[in-house]
Design a protein around this ligand. Structure first.
Ligand SMILES: [Fe+2]
Length: 232
């Protein structure tokens, strides 16, 4: 008998929603070339750390061979409000920096699309157009530069950035999405429903010090609220 907690109805609905949105754009999608090695995650997600994760394997599609602790996931001129996302990835003690951890993110654009209607550019995956990777060094810090995502058009799902981590000795698992405290769609009932996987993902955006857009900060604690995570 599995010891994994069952994912809440809300979480299942949310993943399904995102999957359907991506499928609706399927004619325009192409898998990225590059490193496309399947990870250790199999279809029997219940037996793995973090439970089932539809799409976790896509972390490897197009992953650069060399990853840095900082990256930019949008091209210059991408429409939208510039957004810097910074923080640290910490060991389960919540204090010690975690070295060698990959953080993979993907998001909608400033109009709420993973792939704009009719877009057929290169470098797409089922996770869309705006995606990227960072890998921590010994100080655990990470940083990615992007634009603030918009909610899905015509839907009432808060804007978000999806996040998946890959530790050196564990399978991939997803975190609570990066969300925005000032998002009017982020109702109190939704806030209460969040699992806080890896810690709280609801973030307060501030004006960036360089005057160009916004900055949010999130420290990610490995294993926090992650089902099946080893206790030691
Ligand atoms: Fe999504």
């Amino acid at each position: 008998m599995s010891m994994m907690p069952t994912r809440s109805k809300f979480e299942r609905r949310r993943l399904l929603c995102c999957g359907l949105l991506l499928l609706s754009a399927a004619p325009a999608l192409r898998l990225q070339t590059g490193v496309a090695t399947a990870g250790p995650r199999g279809r029997d997600g219940d037996s793995l750390i973090g439970g089932p994760c539809d799409g976790c394997e896509l972390i490897y599609h197009g992953m650069p061979e060399v990853l840095l602790a900082a990256t930019r996931i949008v091209a210059p001129g991408e429409p939208g409000i510039p957004l810097q996302v910074v923080g640290r990835i910490l060991q389960p003690d919540g204090v010690t920096p975690a070295d060698g951890v990959i953080l993979y993110v993907y998001q909608t654009d400033a109009r709420g699309h993973y792939v704009p209607p009719g877009f057929a550019g290169p470098g797409l995956s089922r996770h869309g157009r705006l995606r990227g990777w960072v890998k921590t060094g010994r100080d655990g810090t990470y940083r990615f530069e992007t634009i603030r995502p918009a909610p899905y058009p015509g839907r009432e799902i808060p804007a978000h950035i999806h996040a998946i981590v890959k530790e050196p000795d564990k399978n991939e698992y997803y975190l609570d999405e990066f969300e925005f405290d000032d998002d009017p769609l982020l109702a109190s009932s939704l806030r209460r429903a969040r699992s806080r996987r890896g810690g709280d993902g609801i973030l307060r955006a501030k004006a960036a010090a360089d005057g160009d857009g916004l900055i949010v900060e999130r420290d990610i604690v490995l294993g926090r609220n992650i089902p099946g995570y080893p206790s030691r």
